[in-house]
Design a protein around this ligand. Sequence first.
Ligand code: LLP
Length: 463
Amino acid sequence: MSRSAHPAGPRHADVMAEGHYTAPADDLNALDEKVWSRTVTRDEHGALTVGGIEVSRLAEEFGTPAYFLDEADFRARCRAWSDAFGPGADVFYAGKAFLSRAVVRWLKEEGLNLDVCSGGELTTALDAGMPAERIAFHGNNKTVEEIERAVSAGVGRIVLDSFQEIVRVAHIARRLGRRQPVQIRVTVGVEAHTHEFIATAHEDQKFGIALAGGQAAEAVRRALTLDGLELIGIHSHIGSQIFDMAGFEVSARRVVQLLAEVRDEHGVELPEIDLGGGLGIAYTSEDDPREPHEIAKSLGDIVTRECEAAGLATPRISVEPGRAIVGPTAFTLYEVGTIKPLEGLRTYVSVDGGMSDNIRTALYDAEYSVTLASRTSDAEPMLVRVVGKHCESGDIVVKDAFLPSDLAPGDLIAVPATGAYCRSMASNYNHALRPPVIAVRDGRARVVVRRETEEDLLRLDVG
Ligand code: LLP
């Protein structure tokens, strides 16, 4: 469709005058390596490629919408995290970001551990061959059945989240004739600078046991007296999509203080601390994430310093990055459907997915970027809102972005950095079929999670 058929909406100058938007990139076809996985590039015809395969070929074979996961990049990020933390620390990938059997096998091969937070994640991990001792089991309301399965499987640690759970896990472990390694999750009382729904270290929320008022110290007291439990350490997770290391530093300091108190009161030096996940990634060119080696150095230094000051041996550190490993490794490919220019406002570009494959924009006001993927274009930038096909006006995938003004139905567009919390939070709203996840590596693409079918929907509907 010609550009004249699509008035471009506000011109760049008007938009900038309003002061609400970032300027469009000088070249809309350029790929910012911060937001794209490492093997994504454009071929000589300008089409986006991943793992050496052009997106139009991928769309033809696998359909759209679909998530394309760059296996080489995923593995490289696993290695970057484990190299950065070294043999004296443990990296647990947080499976809630995205979990499948293929991912579990890659983690196992790359030497990472795995954090799961439900029976379903535990089943997937064990089924794909993750050794139980490399699994940590989380959750603020684990069921008795989940605890029994985790203990029987022999998971490496259960992270205790409440006073009731301390007793419950101890009881189940004793009944099963086990002594279960556990950590206690504490809330350290820092306000992480992120969206309210994904901040977890302030006191007024459902996770963990507060350091404040001596509650965490009391939890340690109880855990140490129960013979079904082997208390191996303290856990703190302050939130998610955080760039500022200050919150992690305060958290590390407060956790070490608790270790010192435990040593003074009980004569026991707990051997481990887990500082959780939550490291931010770049969704747009505005974001500046830290590299794993910087994160490892800053956390390692603070823990070492605080332990020296307290006269404690440095405990073994573990971390639980989810988003920072898988987030940047995938993009979602959509086909453009209707295009609706609203004069003086913006152009609405509808795609064949939406809030069912990426709820993050609606839920957290998350920002994403987008590029024309099936070709390049030198047309002028137009301000767009990329929206889905659901029956809600909040069904937004990318709130504000620029795409070339010759965009036409049938073009493919790609939204980067959708590896974390997109497929794992996908829904069947409006009876949408959840998209597949396709792993791409060295010129080969294979389905790791298949697309849902209408038969899948009907199979659950037994009425
Ligand atoms: N460890 C614990 C105990 C957690 O609760 C989480 C995330 C992580 C590690 C991993 O955090 P990450 O490194 O991925 O930020 N759905 C939200 C994020 C919720 C995170 C929940 N817990 C989102 O889409 O932003």
